[in-house]
Design a protein around this ligand. Sequence first.
Ligand SMILES: Cc1cc2nc3c(=O)[nH]c(=O)nc-3n(C[C@H](O)[C@H](O)[C@H](O)COP(=O)(O)OP(=O)(O)OC[C@H]3O[C@@H](n4cnc5c(N)ncnc54)[C@H](O)[C@@H]3O)c2cc1C
Length: 572
Amino acid sequence: MQPNNPEARKCIRILKFSSDKKHLYTLFRECRYPKQFLLINDFVKLLVVNKLNKVHQETSIKKFRPYQWTILTLFCLPASFLYESLLTFRNWFFWNFFSDPKKHDERVKMVQKQVIDWNKSGSAKPMCTARSERMNMSPRVASFKKDCHRISINLRDILEVDTQKQTVRVEPLVTMGQITQHLVPMGWALAVMVEMEDLTAGGLVMGVGMATNSHRCGLIQDTVIAYEVILSDGTLVRATAEENKDLFYALPWSHGTLGFLVAIELKIIPVKPYIHLTYIPCYSLDEMCKLTESLAIADDGPKFLEVTIFSKEKSVVMVGEFADVKTKEQKAKINHCNYWFKPWFYKHAESFLKRGKNDEYIPLRHYYHRHTRSIFWELESLVPFGNHPAYRWFLGWLGAPKISFIKLASTPGMRRSTAEMHVIQDIILPIGALKESVLISHELFEVYPLLIYPIRIYDYGKYQGFLRKPENLLPDRNYGMFHDMGVYGIPRAIKKKQVWKAKEAMRKAEKYVRDVKGYQCLYADIFSTREEFEKMFDHTLYKQMRRKYKAEKAFPEVYDKVRPDGKGPQLE
Ligand SMILES: Cc1cc2nc3c(=O)[nH]c(=O)nc-3n(C[C@H](O)[C@H](O)[C@H](O)COP(=O)(O)OP(=O)(O)OC[C@H]3O[C@@H](n4cnc5c(N)ncnc54)[C@H](O)[C@@H]3O)c2cc1C
């Protein structure tokens, strides 16, 4: 007998069809439960019932996507805030009570023991760090770790600041936020102070790290004084420009495939409390390219240089210098751009296209982490109204959602679908190709804003490492000028609900990068074949070091770590 109440009848149908999950889902929606309940239901289904058939999964993802901001706001933001608060307290506590270098030595011995045990066990599986893929910043759905023996390297402390030698010695999991929190009040910063707060020193020197002064200082790897590494047999070695020189130059970009990093000594520089930043709007691509190139290579060029491109014609070039703020006029121009109620930094920069050339004084830590709050311009696609004044005033103080929590709140299916509809790439190209690269990005992706950081790539002679000797060396210099182009966002074709083939577009972009002798940053999705990859990156020294330090069986190759592997976003 059927009950009279139509809602109750629907619930009975739900029970009856509960074996058919797709049907169950439709019926749940029919029941007109409050929208938020349905949303949480969608979310739980996506996470827990992830192994449903693909059709169902994709339907769910499409339906869920417009509401993703709710999960981000209700779950990721508070969780990130709590995590950040606990981490700040933990770091303060450890620095004050446990930063004894002897304790570091004990922790390193524990890592060595794991490597020695791996050797004794005769394991066929190569080793990798035990850090979960969810904890790093990379959007890649990496799965190579499943086939590896995981070594726990829980080293996350600042060990020593030596202002005489101008160095800081840190453990690999120390984050950029932790470093500025510690060094800036002392009047110091990393020579290349990478901006996103959650990036780790170890990940940056083993992968890639850059900043707005990279046109003067190079990549973060160019500011490393020493690497302390555990090799495949468990021995601890120190590599510097004099000691174990070949290993020293082979480690950058090696992604942990030559050994495990347990400490790094990095160059630090004295700083002033503010950055005097000048915003220069440009209204044509030629104007921007000419200005950027001349500022990047000039001997008396600015210390900090960055360009945000808002369309094929419009961009804002930002130049900065360290500064003190003394006069009344200077004080009137102070902008604490990272306060929670302030507009996102790139939106603020965009406003100068209308306001014209202008300048302001930004407190140093605010400047260094100006892109953290909006994850460059990525947060807009997740929380479309995140820059609305009401949102900023009421929720802005919670900070940015941590990438790791965003990953936690998404399934591999959702990440795959993101990879099909979204570009996250950093590409390093010769500065002479700036105009062409913007036009090619426009043709393939039409994603704006674009980020441009000019970068020195050094010629290290026979110790060149993974990056080839630059062919565009500047006269009487041992470096060539390049630029990083950051392409983050949803291609215009997708926004207009047209067809956009991610793999095809990326393969064309990668071919262009190889043709102009550029490099693709390896935190992002790579679509090259092994041969193409070896054409982009010089494997000579790397392969010698793999043989010399018996890394071939002990660690996977870089390509095998970064390529899509069938379980990742192998897009057709
Ligand atoms: C949202 C986002 C924002 C970004 N912002 C910036 C930016 O502002 N500036 C910039 O320069 N780059 C930026 N990047 C790219 C970033 O530089 C790379 O992802 C970089 O490699 C560091 O990432 P990570 O700290 O998450 O390290 P991971 O991804 O964890 O590490 C990178 C590699 O190093 C290896 N590794 C790490 N620690 C060790 C160790 N102890 N021993 C051996 N191997 C190790 C890992 O196995 C991995 O292969 C960004 C990336 C994303 C996704």
